[in-house]
Design a protein around this ligand. Structure first.
Ligand code: G3I
Length: 369
């Protein structure tokens, strides 16, 4: 056979499988179904590693700041806001023609102490806290009015058993703090979408409580567009069934669904009950893939990704966005949580910024539907 013919055959077999050469991205493949986004850190926004910044620009059509818009960072003192990083994130998204969303306005965690206390250190009255929330939300949402598509207005207000988290917001204002937050956000930017965001949304009692909240807000005439399911997943939980059940429940409550912080840890899971705010001690048995991930485990992870992604596609009438929590395995928060210093492989690009093989399969899957 002539060399030309052999090269042609090789090209026919190999080319469609080479992600970069085919110029296919997940953002392209999912167009018309949902946005495909990524959480960005400041090194990436600042171009410290240009390869990462380019990859974010090329592969995703939505971004969210992983940290810099959280209350503690953007509003560290009552009369001080730190805008520099958040401004850069919004400008970075605009430069790349990406949809930018805001994370997050009201969260019990990553919020400075001043928010809840007076000069003598005592808890403030409900009126004072409500007014602080109003100022906080008006100022932040107002600054980015028209530039941010939607906000995670309240983050993680429920326990997994469906009760309200006993946060300072809840203790001082009762459950109405959620309603106030949504009202203030809507007043500050009437065109912005508003989201309630939480983890373990697949847990039946929690999902029920969130669906109930959605109904209550709607009945009170308060805008809520979507529920964000963080979707921090493990190899064995949540099940596909539980995830689908949660989608059905939220869809029935009349909101869109966002997959806001998707990752799938490949490592052994130290918690039963999956409370993601607990830390555990390091041990080598809990960190088995320091050198490499065995093929059988990798295949299992790939299947899990494809199963979940297939579900997102199946519900693309209500799933508006899928955002991965971190560009590559190296920057993922899961290397340090719930055990510090492990080596996890939870997202779609590897430590050399190469797409994992599953990415091409996802692209094919998205294009078929
Ligand atoms: O930037 C400082 C650095 O200067 C310092 O030396 C270092 C020492 O620990 O800390 C660095 O800040 C860390 C920051 O991440 C940036 O890496 C904080 O300690 C650390 O607490 C923070 O963790 C973030 C965590 O939220 C807490 O806000 C993770 O990056 C971020 O991925 C994670 O994201 C949350 C979502 O917002 C809500 N849903 C759960 C999700 C995972 O916990």
């Amino acid at each position: 056979m002539k060399i030309k013919t052999i090269s042609a055959i090789i090209a026919i077999i190999i080319l469609p499988n080479i992600h970069t050469m085919a110029q296919n991205t997940l953002a392209d493949a999912t167009k018309g179904k949902f946005l495909f986004g990524v959480a960005v850190n400041m090194q990436q926004v600042n171009g410290v590693n240009p390869k990462e910044s380019e990859l974010i620009a090329k592969e995703f059509n939505a971004i969210v700041a992983e940290n810099c818009m959280k209350p503690q960072l953007i509003h560290p003192e009552e009369n001080r806001y730190e805008w520099a990083d958040a401004d850069k994130v919004v400008a970075f998204g605009e430069k790349n023609k990406q949809v930018v969303t805001g994370h997050c306005l009201i969260w019990h965690s990553q919020i400075a102490k001043w928010f809840f206390v007076d000069d003598s250190g005592k808890d403030v009255t409900p009126e004072v806290l409500k007014e602080r929330m109003r100022q906080h939300i008006y100022t932040i949402v107002g600054r980015y009015k028209g530039r941010i598509k939607g906000w995670d207005v309240v983050n993680e207000a429920f326990e997994d058993n469906g009760t309200y988290r006993n946060s300072k917001f809840y203790r001082i204002l009762g459950k109405d703090f959620i309603k106030y937050a949504f009202q203030f956000a809507h007043e500050a930017d009437p065109d912005a979408e508003l989201y309630y965001n939480d983890y373990n949304v697949e847990t039946p009692a929690k999902c029920e409580a969130i669906a109930e909240l959605v109904k209550e807000l709607k009945a009170a005439g308060v805008r809520i567009d979507a529920v964000g399911s963080q979707a921090h997943m493990q190899m064995d939980s949540p099940t596909l069934d539980a995830t689908e059940t949660s989608f059905k429940k939220l869809k029935a409550a009349g909101v869109k669904i966002l997959i806001t912080e998707w990752d799938i840890s490949i490592l052994p899971n130290p918690y039963s009950g999956a409370n993601i705010s607990v830390n555990f001690k390091y041990s080598p048995e809990m960190d088995p893939y320091r050198v490499a991930v065995p093929d059988s485990v990798q295949q299992k992870w790939n299947k899990r990704v494809l199963d979940m992604f297939g579900l997102f596609l199946k519900y693309s009438d209500v799933v508006d966005r899928v955002t991965v929590w971190g560009l590559n395995d190296a920057v993922s928060w899961l290397n340090n949580f719930p055990i510090r210093g492990r080596k996890d492989y939870p997202v779609l690009f590897d430590r050399n910024n190469q797409p994992k093989s599953v990415v091409d399969e996802m692209i094919k899957m998205a294009k078929k539907i």
